[in-house]
Structure formats: C-alpha cells, structure tokens
Ligand binder design. Structure first.
Ligand code: PXL
Length: 276
C-alpha cells in the first residue's frame, strides 16, 4: 500500500486532548508516517483552563525546517492547525514552498475561533495573516465562525443555504482550492459538512448531539486529513471524519469529569475499520 509522509504543524497542549496530542495518534492510526512540528508548548489548551503556561517555539521553526531541507526530507502533505503567531504563518508558507513533494497537499485548518468569537490568543492581525495561508491552501477546514472571520461576512447563528454558500464562495475566491466547512446545521436534529470546489457543492449530513465538546475541531480535522491522505475522496473523508467525531462525543457524554476534550482513543478502532 502507498505509504505517505505527512507533517502537521500545531501546538502541543500537554493536557487537554487537542492539537498535536490528537493529530499524531489519529494520523498514525490512518496509516500515515506522521512528522510533527510543534509551534508552542502549553501546559493545557486555553479554553476554560486558567493560568496555563506557554512557551513559544517560533524561533525553532525555521531552524528545524532548514535541517530537514539539508537532509532532503519532504512531505506528501502538510496540515496546519493552531499556530502561535503571525510570524509562524510566514514560516509555514516557506515550509509549504520548500518541503513539499510534487503533488503534495497543503491543508489548512484555520483554528482560531468558534461560536462567533476568536480564541483568546488571537486578534484582527492574526486573521489577516491566516487569510494569506488559506489563500494558498489546496484544502481548508474552517468552522462557520472561522469562515466568517476569513471572508469578512457577518457571523450568524441562524442561517440558510445561501448564507453558507456565500461563506464557501468567499473562501474559494480568497484562493483555497477546496473547502470543507464544518458544523453546518439546517435543522434541530442534524448537522453536517459542506464540501466545495469551484461551483460544485456537496453536503454530508449526520446526527447532531445535544452537547458540544472542546477539541472536536481538531479531532475532525485530523480524521479528515488522515482519511483523505489514506486515499479517500474529499467528500468520503469529510463523512468518515464526521461520523468518527460523533462517536467520540457519544463516548464522552455523561462523564462530567471529562469536560476539557473528547475520549477519542477508545473509538480509534472504528475509524481504522472504515479505512482498511
Ligand atoms: O484547536 C484548538 C486549540 C488548540 N490549541 C490551543 C487551544 C485551542 C482551543 O482553544 O487553546 C492552545
């Protein structure tokens, strides 16, 4: 079987089940050689935890990339998530240019916002820098809030198909070749993903659960990237990742002590089953 090497660039939140602690196991389970480039080390993620520690690793990024370039190390896909600063976005653009094998995919999860608001670490300058990264991506995986910030369209909690299409169209006009827009819900009991390229729109609908959990954006994006580079089409990978994320949330509902993330590990065999 085709054995692909992917690089994922995002932070390590040591505790909290998001970013690299989610991406590395999920991508590995999808059969990919997974290299990591940590953008920062935090004691926990930044949602609801207080007094977390942060060590910014920006200065290490170009040094690590230069070493890989010298060693002739390249990747079949590079997937970026939560990044620490606008400088890091420039470094990532350089890595996209220098360390990608021919035909490799640039996949950008513009992890910076949810529920209508930017995460605490980010501001308007960061949004502008993220627009540049999305513009050169082969595939971007925003939620509705992120899509609204990136396109400059007002965020809406209640919306219709025209609103969703305007977000996707804005992202394609920005330069993204394909868009996988998550959390698109048109009724009480279901939610889903809009997959779009050019004027081709496909909607994948799945069960909507009564709670939302931290870290599911990263679980979704990692499972999507894993399934996609494993060989599934964009639409198939979008659906596989959606169903996997639903299972992770179901596996967590009812455990009040587990408020900071989802218990995605025991459900990994279910993801593997649909891929192999
Ligand atoms: O992508 C979610 C995420 C990742 N990393 C850190 C975060 C968050 C969400 O808040 O705080 C550090």
């Amino acid at each position: 079987m085709d054995y692909k090497r992917i690089l994922t660039i995002q932070d390590i939140s040591c505790v909290g089940q998001c970013s690299l602690t989610v991406a590395l196991p999920i991508l590995s389970a999808c059969g990919l050689e997974t290299a990591i480039l940590p953008s920062a080390v935090l004691s926990t993620h930044t949602m609801e935890f207080t007094d977390f520690t942060v060590r910014d690793l920006s200065d290490d990024i170009p040094r690590i990339a230069a070493h890989w370039e010298k060693e002739g190390i390249k990747f079949d896909g590079i997937y970026t998530g939560y990044l620490g600063s606008t400088d890091q976005i420039d470094y990532v653009m350089d890595i996209f240019n220098k360390l990608m094998n021919d035909g490799g995919k640039k996949i950008v999860d513009p992890a910076m916002a949810d529920f209508g608001k930017l995460y605490p670490a980010f501001d308007a300058e960061y949004v502008e820098a993220m627009k540049k990264l999305v513009a050169i991506s082969d595939l971007t995986i925003p939620n509705i809030t992120e899509a609204a910030f990136l396109t400059g369209i007002d965020y809406k909690e209640e919306y219709d198909e025209d609103y969703i299409k305007s977000l996707v169209k804005g992202l394609l006009e920005l330069g993204a070749k394909e868009v996988v827009l998550t959390g698109v819900s048109y009724d009480e009991s279901s939610t889903g993903i809009l997959v779009a390229s050019d004027s081709n729109y496909q909607y994948y609908k799945h069960e909507k659960l009564p709670i939302s959990c931290h870290g599911t954006g990263d679980v979704y994006a990692s499972a999507f990237v894993g399934a996609y580079l494993h060989g599934k089409s964009t639409y198939e990978a979008a659906g596989i990742a959606g169903e996997y994320t639903v299972k992770c949330i179901k596996n967590t509902i009812g455990d009040d002590s587990h408020w900071y993330g989802v218990k995605f590990e025991p459900v990994l065999p279910e993801l593997i089953k649909v891929l192999y």
